[in-house]
Ligand binder design. Structure first.
Ligand SMILES: C[S@@+](CC[C@H](N)C(=O)[O-])C[C@H]1O[C@@H](n2cnc3c(N)ncnc32)[C@H](O)[C@@H]1O
Ligand code: SF4
Length: 486
């Protein structure tokens, strides 16, 4: 049996109090009405709203479309783009985790990483000259695995960024680490450069499950990584988990939640497994769906997460998927990206990164060699994109903003129209289904709505974008998987 097919056996046993509470909560909702209206989560068609429109609905674009020169020679696109949430995608990992859909390359030598850093430098230089200046309100270095870089390369990356981007005082600066490369030398570099939020991928606290996903660390090593980061002076350490992995049972998920309770991280992200075409996990699911938790179990796990983290421990989910121990650990970068995207542009650097700037949603090419070929010629490595016209911008603002709650006054100030008046039919339907609550100052997801947040967001897809998506192979749902770029 291959590594990939080695799956932990499901454990059974008496139902715990937590499971009972979760099931009772679900039974009290009920979800049938929403399901009949098409609001269901299912792995096969799960659609994560992280950008609008989705990459599949976009056309190939070139740099000049995004940064047009006007007749009088003045680039009027410069004005909005300067205040940004900066994302840098580091596309390297030591090996492949079987569920992971992000764009990355494995085991690349140091000189390849150095070339990538040269590329980041060129790409930032091009943006700097287009925008005249770049002011970062928040920074997120993600991937891939940014801690794949050596301490010297990490130091160089921050040097490159700081030479071209002015980072606001007190801005949140996040850096992703894998437990296997979360040593003191790397943490010292992060400290020296003012990183104030670390994100560690843990995924599960079950050793068999970690091995079955090729995670390359144990439960104990993950705990040590968290403790090392705290001891190095980082109070804000977020840890990532996934529910829906093969062999993950309800008791295993409960144990993971209980371990989170023991460790009390400042925040934790608990993601629903996205099965993306091309990943080993997707292939395995197609062959052996019975080795994965059922949709019903996934719903129970989701409700268990709320019961344990919000109910027992006082964490708050905001935005969707992120549970924070205290409001001070609210993830500002994500707020800029989703709720404040009309005030703070998103500037994505690196292969597969996406940006939202001056009303343009665009995606960088997801191939490191093509990326380097473009940036080394002083070009922005755009691949697909589109300018949001008419009410498309509003739609995007709602689709992402609803994950944190829509501030009605902000929306009114931006668009000159109340968010409820802009889409009365949609809000009424969502409200009748018990998915959202329209309040005097805000529109927020109800508990039921939080269980189906991405589906609620999907309601706001325009007819044109729906049609474009329908023309695409429905299985191609990844925004970053490299094979679909060829
Ligand atoms: C770039 S990785 C985190 C840092 C580092 N590379 C690591 O794995 O430890 C970002 C996170 O995305 C999540 N993720 C990746 N693929 C996913 C999938 N298919 N479904 C849900 N979450 C996923 C995982 O929780 C992962 O920790
Ligand atoms: S989860 Fe992290 S380490 Fe694993 S393949 Fe994805 S980016 Fe790389």
């Amino acid at each position: 049996m291959s590594d990939l097919e080695r799956v932990v056996p499901g454990s059974t046993g008496a139902e715990s109090g937590l499971v009972e509470r979760a099931r009772d909560r679900l039974a009290s909702l009920p979800l049938a009405g929403a399901a009949a209206a098409g609001y269901v989560r299912d792995r096969g068609g799960y659609f994560l709203n992280i950008a609008y429109p989705s990459m599949q609905a976009m056309e190939t674009v070139i740099e000049e479309q995004i940064y047009p020169e006007t007749d009088n020679g003045v680039d009027d696109s410069k004005s909005e783009g300067r205040n940004v949430a900066l994302y840098v995608h580091v596309p390297f990992c030591s090996a492949e985790c079987y569920y992971c859909h992000y764009y990355k390359e494995f085991k690349k030598p140091e000189d390849k990483v150095d070339s990538f850093l040269d590329g980041v430098e060129s790409e930032l230089e091009t943006h700097e000259s287009n925008l005249e200046s770049i002011n970062a309100r928040s920074v997120y270095i993600g991937g891939g695995t940014p801690s794949y870089l050596t301490p010297d390369q990490m130091d160089r990356l921050f040097g490159i960024i700081k030479a071209r981007v002015s980072i606001e005082d007190g801005a949140e600066v996040s850096f992703e680490m894998h437990p296997e490369s979360s040593d003191e030398d790397r943490l010292a570099v992060l400290n020296a450069h003012g990183v104030n939020r670390i994100n560690i991928g843990v995924e599960s606290f079950d050793d068999r499950l970690l091995a079955a996903e090729n995670r390359r660390h144990t439960r104990q090593q993950a705990i040590e990584a968290l403790e090392r980061a705290r001891a190095a002076g980082f109070p804000n350490v977020n840890i990532d988990f996934i529910y829906g992995l093969k062999g993950q049972t309800i008791p295993i998920w409960e144990d993971t939640l209980n371990t989170i309770a023991d460790l009390r991280p400042s925040s934790a992200t608990l993601y629903y497994l996205r099965l993306k075409r091309g990943t080993p996990e997707y292939k395995l699911y197609a062959k052996y769906p019975e080795k994965f938790p059922t949709e019903e179990d996934l719903l129970t796990m989701h409700a268990m997460t709320f019961e344990r983290l919000e109910g027992d421990l006082g964490y708050t989910q905001n935005p969707v998927d992120w549970f924070i121990r205290d409001p001070k650990y609210f993830h500002t970068y994500q707020d800029h990206n989703w709720r404040k995207s009309d005030e703070t542009a998103l500037l994505g650097i690196g292969p597969s990164a996406y940006s939202y700037m001056n009303g343009w949603q665009y995606y960088n090419v997801n191939d490191t060699d093509q990326y380097l070929a473009a940036v080394n010629q002083g070009k922005i490595p755009v691949w697909r994109g589109g300018k949001l016209e008419g009410d498309e911008r509003m739609r995007r603002t709602i689709m992402l903003g609803i994950k944190m709650g829509m501030d009605r006054r902000n929306f009114q100030n931006t668009y000159g129209e109340d968010v409820v008046d802009a889409f009365p039919r949609e809000w009424e339907a969502l409200s009748d289904l018990g998915l959202v609550e329209v309040q005097p100052e805000a529109v927020v997801l109800t508990y039921k709505g939080k269980l189906l947040a991405d589906e609620v967001g999907k309601t706001f897809y325009s007819e044109e974008m729906r049609q474009r998506m329908a023309q695409v192979d429905p299985h191609i749902v990844s925004t970053t998987w490299p094979q679909i770029n060829k």
